[in-house]
Design a binder for this molecule. Structure first.
Ligand SMILES: [Zn+2]
Length: 327
C-alpha cells in the first residue's frame, strides 16, 4: 500500500510538471523580443546589395539575429545560414548574410509566430522611426508565404513575391553587409545609457525635486523645493561619503545610480514620491503622496509602453534612467 501511495504521488507530480511545461510552451504565451532602449539615432534603410562574392561563413549579425528569433520562439527551427558556392543562384546565403527560419505557413500557430515577429521588426518605434528594428538590425529583405518586404522599397510595404519558391516552409531574411557584421545600431547602441543630467549647486527644477526625494529616501533630510542650494549640496556630499563615492557634491551618473531604488505597487515613502514627481514631468497627473497605488502603477505602465518596454508597472533601473534622462 505504501508503495502504491508513493507511486500515485509521483504520478501526480509528473502530471503537474508536464502541465507547467505545456503552459510555458503555449504559443499564446509568446511575446516578441524585448526592444532595448535606443536614442534617436537610427540606421538608414539598407540598400539592395546582393551577393557578389562567395564567402560561405555565417556572419556575426546573422548568428545574433538567429539566436534572438530562436530564443524568443523556442519551438521554431533553423533552416540554415550558409549555402555552398556551387549553388547556382545569386543568394546572400553564399556570403553568410541570410538566414532561413523554419516556419510552416500552413500551421496557424507557426504563422502567428512569424506574423508577430515580423510585425515587431517593422513596427514604428517610440521616436517615430518606421520599421525601426528591421533598420537597426540591417534587414535588407524578407520573404515569407508568397510575399516580400524590402528595405530598399519600404514605402511599398509587403509585395507579392514572384520567385519560383513561395517560401511556405521558412521565412528568408537577408541582411545588409553592415547588419551582417554587427555594425548597425541594434548591435552598437543597444542599452547605451541615456545621458544622465549633471545636477549640482544652482540647478533647479524637476531633476532637483527628484533628487531631494531620493536623498530623503536614503536617510538625508532636505526640504523638497526644487532648488539645489547649500543644504542639498551638504546632503549630497554626506550621501556620497556614506556610499564610498567622491564627495564632490555633484550628482552625475555614479551618484544617480547609487540613489535609485526600485519601487512598485505597495511601496511607500520618499522614493515613491521621487517616482511620482518624475512621472508627472512626463505628463502623468499623480498626487505626490508617496503611496504606490493603482494610479501610480498605471502611470508607470503607460510610460513603459511609450518607450517600448514591457508594461509591468515597476520602476526598475531602466525606468528610472528613462525618467531622469527625460526630465
Ligand atoms: Zn533563404
Amino acid at each position: 500500500m505504501r508503495l502504491a501511495a508513493t507511486l500515485r504521488r509521483c504520478a501526480v507530480t509528473a502530471v503537474a510538471a508536464t502541465a507547467a511545461v505545456l503552459v510555458a510552451a503555449s504559443p499564446a504565451a509568446a511575446v516578441p523580443p524585448v526592444t532595448p532602449v535606443f536614442g534617436t539615432t537610427i540606421d538608414a534603410y539598407a540598400a539592395y546589395d546582393p551577393q557578389n562574392t562567395c564567402d560561405p561563413v555565417a556572419k556575426p549579425g546573422v548568428l545574433g539575429f538567429r539566436e534572438l528569433a530562436l530564443r524568443t520562439y523556442p519551438t521554431t527551427g533553423d533552416s540554415g545560414i550558409v549555402r555552398s558556392c556551387a549553388d547556382g543562384e545569386v543568394t546572400e546565403h553564399k556570403e553568410g548574410r541570410a538566414w532561413d527560419w523554419t516556419i510552416n505557413a500552413a500551421s496557424g500557430a507557426d504563422h502567428a509566430r512569424a506574423d508577430e515577429f515580423l510585425a515587431w521588426l517593422l513596427a514604428t518605434d517610440a521616436h517615430g522611426n518606421r520599421h525601426a528594428n528591421a533598420r537597426r538590425l540591417g534587414v535588407m529583405y524578407i520573404i515569407f508565404d508568397g510575399r516580400i518586404w524590402g528595405s530598399y522599397q519600404a514605402a511599398d510595404g509587403w509585395r507579392t513575391y514572384t520567385g519560383s519558391n513561395p517560401h511556405t516552409d521558412h521565412v528568408h531574411f537577408s541582411f545588409s553587409r553592415a547588419g551582417a557584421s554587427k555594425q548597425t545600431t541594434w548591435w552598437t547602441q543597444a542599452d547605451q545609457p541615456a545621458p544622465w543630467p549633471r545636477t549640482e549647486r544652482g540647478s533647479t527644477g524637476t531633476d532637483v525635486r527628484v533628487l531631494q526625494h531620493l536623498l530623503n529616501a536614503a536617510g538625508q533630510s532636505v526640504t523638497v523645493d526644487g532648488e539645489f542650494g547649500p543644504a542639498t549640496e551638504t546632503a549630497v556630499r554626506a550621501f556620497q561619503s556614506a556610499r564610498g563615492a567622491t564627495p564632490d557634491g555633484i550628482v552625475g551618473m555614479v551618484t544617480w545610480s547609487k540613489l535609485l531604488r526600485q519601487v512598485q505597487r505597495g511601496d511607500q515613502g520618499s522614493a515613491v514620491r521621487a517616482a511620482q514627481v518624475a512621472l508627472n514631468a512626463t505628463g502623468a497627473n499623480l498626487t505626490v503622496d508617496g503611496v504606490f497605488g493603482a494610479a501610480t502603477q498605471a502611470a508607470v505602465a503607460s510610460f513603459q509602453s511609450t518607450h517600448d518596454r514591457p508594461a509591468n508597472g515597476v520602476v526598475d533601473p531602466t525606468v528610472w534612467q528613462l525618467l531622469i534622462a527625460g526630465t
